[in-house]
Design a binder for this molecule. Structure first.
Ligand code: ATP
Ligand code: MG
Length: 362
């Protein structure tokens, strides 16, 4: 069986370092590993519209931002297909059929949807499209026969929902769809990177992000005002590293060689954490170190972005070509789905012959 990746992001803002460690960095590694036959990266504009119906301009403007972030992180359009969800209408058609295989109560139980509804204050006014987006995500994944979906931890319930739809579809209509596997980051801190405010998840919608395209000044400012341990007031106080975002970010980003380069008094993160926990280590010192570690990662990304920004039409061209290719692939799956569901009337000569015979014998 072919090894195929499908993953993507909502064009609701520029991409942040949570996206980077949760999914984007891994995608680039997987792209370069040569282990995958096909890789599809989707800019999920239709999904973004499910909770931004009144702000189409926001979605429209962020498509190029997400594309620039992709390319500046090293996604290579020669190796991966980058496309825009709404330009592949087959995805909507698949979702329409999958809706019959999922119950309302099953969707209501989805913990990610639950917390996102709360976060957006939808309460009783949940748009139907938003409520059903896990089904649309199942279409995105299955349309490309994806075997592997590299995403952050918040996406786990979505992949489970997709797997259920695949199993149900195959049981009802015959073996047609491929069951995908989730690929989570190996590093625990990267599963769900917290926001700079200490909230459980860095998220575009919460405004607690360090963006890949932030200037060095912005990054520094955000790090310096980051949430740490509220009880660590004096430098001499013992500090807590659990739930302290500065340390979570270090868990996500720093390697032993960073200590050699920027903080040679310590061999590794364990030593730094131990000092903080003992007391005698100030937040500012740790934050300055984090700033250097992050800058090492972000500087080359920023430089590539500056180059790419010089030719915006070329980026749209990449998206257009990718969308054409993605549409062709999705059309093949849709046709297989319609065959399996027996709604392929005009392609089924047997059907026409059988019906003709039935009426002849009447
Ligand atoms: P929105 O607030 O609009 O939902 P978002 O910041 O949650 O935006 P998405 O586009 O929904 O971003 O997510 C894209 C991908 O990035 C998903 O694979 C998701 O799991 C991953 N991701 C998003 N935020 C984080 C995070 N804080 N830590 C790790 N992975 C993340
Ligand atoms: Mg999200």
């Amino acid at each position: 069986m072919k090894k195929i990746i499908l993953t993507g992001d909502r064009p609701t803002g520029k991409l942040h370092v949570g996206h980077y460690v949760g999914s984007l960095k891994r995608r680039v590694e997987l792209q370069n590993s040569g282990e995958f036959d096909e890789i599809y990266i989707m800019i999920a504009d239709a999904q973004a519209l499910t909770d931004n119906a009144e702000h189409p301009e926001k979605v429209r403007e962020n498509i190029i931002e997400v594309a620039l972030d992709y390319l500046s992180c090293g996604l290579d359009p020669e190796k991966v297909t980058i496309f825009i969800q709404s330009q592949v209408p087959e995805l909507a058609e698949l979702a329409f059929y999958y809706m019959n295989l999922v119950t309302v109560s099953r969707l209501q139980r989805n913990p990610t949807v639950k917390s996102e509804i709360q976060m957006r204050n939808f309460e009783s006014s949940i748009p139907v499209g938003f409520f059903t987006y896990p089904i649309s995500q199942a279409s995105d994944i299955t349309a490309f026969k994806a075997t592997t979906v590299p995403v952050g931890e918040d996406q786990e319930p979505m992949i489970e929902q997709t797997r259920e739809i695949v199993r149900k579809f195959n049981a009802v209509y015959g073996e047609t769809l491929v069951e995908p596997e989730i690929l989570l980051p190996d590093n625990k801190a990267c599963l769900r990177l917290p926001g700079t405010d200490g909230k459980a998840k860095m998220s575009k919608s919460l405004g607690n992000c360090i963006y890949l395209s932030d200037t060095p000044q912005d990054v520094k400012k955000k790090i310096m005002s980051m949430y740490t341990d509220p009880n660590h007031i004096q430098v001499s106080d013992p500090g807590c590293v659990e739930g302290n975002c500065v340390f979570t970010y270090l868990d996500a980003f720093c390697r032993d060689e960073h200590f050699e380069k920027y903080l040679p008094d310590y061999k590794n993160l364990d030593e730094l954490k131990a000092h903080y926990q003992r007391g005698g280590l100030g937040d500012v010192k740790v934050k300055k170190f984090l700033n250097k570690v992050l800058e090492e990662e972000l500087t080359p990304i920023r430089a590539r972005r500056a180059e790419l920004e010089k030719d915006i039409p070329a980026i749209y061209d990449i998206l257009k070509k990718g969308s054409v290719k993605a549409q062709k692939t999705a059309a093949v799956t849709l046709s297989e789905v319609k065959d399996a569901m027996r709604i392929n009337y005009f392609d089924d000569e047997q059907l026409i012959m059988d019906q003709a015979q039935k009426y002849k014998n009447k």
